[in-house]
Design a protein around this ligand. Structure first.
Ligand SMILES: Cc1cc2nc3c(=O)[nH]c(=O)nc-3n(C[C@H](O)[C@H](O)[C@H](O)COP(=O)(O)O)c2cc1C
Ligand code: SF4
Length: 442
């Protein structure tokens, strides 16, 4: 059998840092505060929350941390019923008392490189966005949640510059995310760390807005209300607050405006970070990373808990939530990974499912019992050996069982990954049952 050849470290170089190549964030980078302000000017909107909510609503900025939740709704929820949009916008809930705001740069997806890049090369963009949200909701405090390393050091330097220049009403602080913990980036885990607890999701966390993907919430065990935003979301916010909603909508689709950072990895000529308009096709995205380095068998979008798509059937599929929905897929935090045809998709799925099972916080039934079972079934499918049909049924059943039943969305990703493998590598299941493997490209 072919052994998996895919994994490799996350790429960290930006491939398209210049403007004109779809680049907004990648082109706006300035490490020093002086250069940042010289290029972009000061932060607008200070102390005008309703205007910021209106601008965000007009721009249609959605969260770039994975769930794609509308940013204006999150802000309106944090502001309460009197904010633009009223109580309906906030899902009918609001809290009283000052909130804390968190820039989530934990980047727990092993293949992702965008948030570390932003904090290292354009930290003031993220910090401007954080300041805008913090000041809009009159936050008691603000945090950057990031793993120890160059990105944390860069943001520490940037925060010192801002403190010296008195840029922010509430200077932010760094809180460290643990390395190598997949669920540590989940919003309630980030909230827990800021609140002085352990970096794991907590089941009692209640999202504020009715459909809020754990991006804003409050709950008993926390001592404060938290607004958690992905670092890239805040960087977009900093630009659109300066340039306006119409400018923001010049790229992307009507429903999902703007650009997104995408970490492209696997069998491509130049693995790295690109910035594309939302809705760019998968072929365009892979092309921006130099194209496939060898014949591709499948493309995984959305990260470890993402979905496999067949490489030859999907080059024209848009990288957007709407474009990928029909394929039971989503862009996630902007991840595209090309699996070469010679590599075994089932073995790769087993490896990823095993990782996701081992990375659960082990607090809820679906994670404790379901994910090991799912990983075991995926392992059996990769190994082949006669009982493939019953293992495939088992995998499909467990995926169905765990999906949507955890306190956070960690199990959903594992279920989506395995379901997509059963679809895309269906022909390989038969080959494996007969003790053969021709790789993911048939
Ligand atoms: C298992 C898991 C891991 C996550 N890891 C991250 C992460 O590392 N960084 C991040 O911004 N969001 C992560 N998220 C998404 C957050 O829960 C949350 O939706 C996001 O930070 C909200 O910001 P946004 O609305 O700006 O996207 C993760 C979600 C799950 C279920
Ligand atoms: S679903 Fe899994 S990762 Fe999420 S809170 Fe429950 S045990 Fe933790």
């Amino acid at each position: 059998m072919t052994t998996p050849t895919e994994s490799g470290p996350a790429p960290a170089t930006a491939l398209s840092p210049e403007p004109g190549n779809g680049g907004r964030l990648l082109a706006a980078g300035a490490a020093s505060l002086a250069e940042h302000v010289a290029r972009l000017g000061p932060v607008p909107y200070r102390g005008r929350p309703a205007q910021l909510v209106d601008e965000l609503r007009a721009a249609g900025l959605t969260g770039r941390g994975g769930a794609g939740f509308p940013m204006w709704r999150k802000l309106a929820a944090a502001l309460g019923p009197d904010a633009a949009g009223g109580p309906d916008a906030a899902g009918g809930q609001a809290w009283s008392g000052p909130a804390s705001v968190v820039a989530n740069a934990a980047e727990s997806e092993p293949e992702s490189a965008k948030d570390a890049w932003l904090l290292t090369r354009a930290p003031h963009l993220v910090l401007d966005g954080l300041a805008l949200v913090a000041e809009a909701v009159s936050a008691a405090d603000a945090y950057v949640y990031v793993k120890a390393g160059p990105a944390a050091e860069a943001v520490g330097r940037a925060l010192a510059e801002r403190r010296a220049a008195r840029v922010d009403q509430r200077p932010a602080e760094v809180r460290l995310a643990p390395p190598g913990v997949f669920v540590a980036g989940e919003a309630s885990a980030a909230a827990a760390v800021v609140d002085g607890g352990a970096a794991k999701p907590f089941p009692q966390f209640v999202p504020l807005a009715a459909q809020a993907p754990r991006g804003a919430g409050r709950q008993g065990r926390l001592r404060r209300s938290l607004v958690v935003c992905n670092a890239e979301t805040l960087a977009h916010l900093a630009l659109l607050a300066r340039h306006g909603a119409a400018w923001f909508r010049e790229r992307g689709t009507v429903d999902e405006p703007g650009t997104m950072l995408v970490t492209v990895g696997g069998a491509v000529v130049s693995p790295g970070l690109v910035e594309v308009p939302i809705g760019a096709t998968l072929a365009e995205v892979v092309g921006r990373a130099g194209g496939a380095a060898e014949r591709p068998g499948a493309i995984r979008v959305g990260g470890y808990g993402g979905s496999w798509l067949s490489a030859d059937r999907t080059p024209d599929v848009p990288l957007s939530r709407a474009g990928l929905a029909a394929w039971d897929a989503a862009p996630g935090p902007g991840l595209v990974h090309v699996l070469p045809a010679r590599a075994c998709g089932l073995a790769e799925t087993a490896r990823l499912a095993g990782y996701l099972a081992a990375q659960s916080a082990g607090q809820c039934g679906p994670c404790r019992a379901g994910l090991p079972e799912l990983a075991a079934a995926a392992g059996q499918l990769a190994g082949g050996g006669g009982l493939t049909g019953s293992w495939a049924r088992q995998a499909a059943e467990v995926a169905e069982l765990v999906d949507g039943r955890g306190a956070c969305r960690h199990p959903d990703g594992a279920a989506r990954l395995v379901r997509s493998a059963l679809r895309v590598f269906a022909a390989d299941l038969h080959a494996h049952a007969a003790g053969r493997c021709a790789g993911s490209g048939g």
